[in-house]
Design a binder for this molecule. Structure first.
Ligand code: MLT
Ligand code: ZN
Length: 472
């Protein structure tokens, strides 16, 4: 990865063994890891494409320990990479060589649900699945969901402004986060956790830290809004002839007033890969070019309405519907197992893009030539969150051609007025392409925010703007 302790950082008077010893005095020696056998899962990302060699992994138990750890690192001039569940896909939480890897997975406090406000405050290290279970035990639910729910942490989801499969209904993390507590680069603890729906008292610091990718602060607690439980769910897997017909079906279902909760798109090659990876039978008697998965959720049954709307919709080649939990899960598996199946097939170049939804069909038609031009013989598996025009372009057999493939696809995206990262973020992987989406004045403003809050470039050195600067 880029961003080593040696590339321009402040000298580290107390770095190395002295810093490791100081961190051990703060968190207890057994929570400072240096043995490569123990640090392996923290050093490499989920895709196995990115790896770093930290000075140590430090695992504080609470906010006070995080603040003391950051203050010690600041005093030593040692860069800090903050990590949650390490499920990120752009190396934002992969340590730079020589960094202190600050793992927040021990911050697992679940505070009581405030049922009146429909909010809860939890520690940054709480997993998404545990937050969901906590909300459901109080008769509510959490509005964000994604396949990495068992490992992804609330801190990481917030720091990356995660999206996932329910953005269509509830929005992304920014739409859920109503307060944060964080440790700044000098060890100061800053908190705004009141969760007031109306609060016009200055800059939106909570919104600023949400999506800051570990470059401005280490988030320690997060307050989120909760949503009503939607107990009646029905899922349809709809066979379609391609991207355009999938969008036609989605438009019809929306026009029918259905309580849509998810709309996901995948293609024949991805479903084939998933089927052989997970030993699943074919969803239909014959293969189709593309599959739209839709979920409706509400306080009342909507299966009959969904069936009726599918019957009316143009573009439906075939469809199968399930409302019982096992049947729903079986249909979701065709979509949710894509990430694992792709990873089992090789180390992918993962691109996460969005284009205006009205131009999605044209974009998907141009995409294969762009990939083939940059990496002849590579295999692209594409799937994603179709309602937002967000496609995950996974290119297999192309790691050696990662840069030209990324360049070709992201330039195509930019020519469509799209985003080079719809939900995974910039991390250490995508900075070089940030100017495709963000103007010089915007980038200069971001740099001033970074310099104001973290003048020594302690947090996430080489991430986001750091990866842009390294690419220049
Ligand atoms: C997903 O939508 O499943 C995630 O963004 C993960 C991925 O892109 O592989
Ligand atoms: Zn996604």
């Amino acid at each position: 990865v880029t961003g080593t302790a040696a590339d321009g950082g402040a000298p580290a008077p107390g770095g190395g063994p002295a810093l490791v010893a100081a961190l051990g005095r703060i968190v207890g020696g057994r929570h400072v890891l240096t043995d490569p056998d123990l640090t392996g899962s923290y050093r490499t990302d989920w895709t196995r494409r990115f790896t770093g060699d930290p000075l140590c992994v430090v695992r504080p138990a609470d906010t006070a320990e995080v603040a003391a750890v950051v203050a010690a690192c600041a005093a030593a001039g040692a860069p800090v990479t903050v990590q949650g569940g390490n499920t990120g896909l752009v190396a934002g939480a992969v340590p730079g060589d020589g960094d202190v890897l600050l793992s927040l997975t021990r911050l697992t406090a679940l505070e009581p649900v405030d049922a009146v406000a429909s909010q809860v405050t939890v520690g940054a290290g709480v997993t998404l699945a545990n937050l969901q279970a906590h909300a459901r035990a109080a008769g509510l639910d959490f509005g964000v969901d994604l396949a990495a729910r068992d490992s992804a942490t609330v801190g990481g989801l917030t720091a990356t402004n995660a999206g996932g499969i329910r953005v269509l209904r509830h929005g992304d993390m920014r739409a859920q986060v109503v307060g944060v507590e964080a440790v700044l680069a000098d060890g100061t603890v800053v908190a705004h956790l009141g969760g007031l729906p109306k609060d016009n008292t200055g800059y939106d610091l909570v919104g600023l830290l949400t999506g800051s990718e570990g470059t401005l602060a280490a988030l320690t607690r997060v307050r989120v809004r909760l949503v009503p439980p939607l107990d009646h769910r029905v899922v349809a897997l709809v066979a379609v002839e391609g991207t355009g017909p999938a969008l036609d079906v989605l438009r019809s279902l929306r026009a029918a007033g259905l309580p849509l909760a998810a709309a996901e798109l995948c293609y024949a090659d991805g479903v084939d890969l998933v089927r052989s990876y997970a030993s699943l039978k074919a969803p239909f008697d014959q293969a189709y070019p593309a599959y739209l998965l839709v979920e409706c959720a509400g306080p009342a049954e909507s299966e009959d309405d969904l069936l009726a709307a599918l019957g009316e919709a143009d573009g439906v080649a075939d469809a199968t519907v399930a409302s019982d939990p096992r049947g729903r899960e079986a249909l979701w598996r065709y979509r949710e197992a894509h990430t694992e199946a792709i990873s089992a097939a090789g180390v992918p170049v993962k691109l996460d893009v969005a284009v205006p939804v009205g131009r999605l069909a044209a974009f998907t038609a141009e995409l294969p030539a762009a990939v083939a031009g940059a990496a002849p013989g590579a295999r692209s598996i594409v799937f994603g969150h179709v309602n937002e025009g967000n496609l995950h372009v996974n290119v297999l057999d192309a790691v050696e051609r990662a840069e030209p493939v990324t360049d070709a696809v992201l330039r195509l995206v930019a020519s469509y007025g799209g985003s080079i990262s719809a939900e995974h973020g910039i991390g250490r992987a995508k900075g070089a392409w940030l100017p495709l989406c963000r103007g010089e004045a915007e980038l200069a403003m971001m740099r001033r925010i970074k310099a104001g809050l973290d003048p020594a470039d302690l947090f996430g050195r080489g991430v986001l703007l750091g990866s842009l600067d390294a690419a220049r």
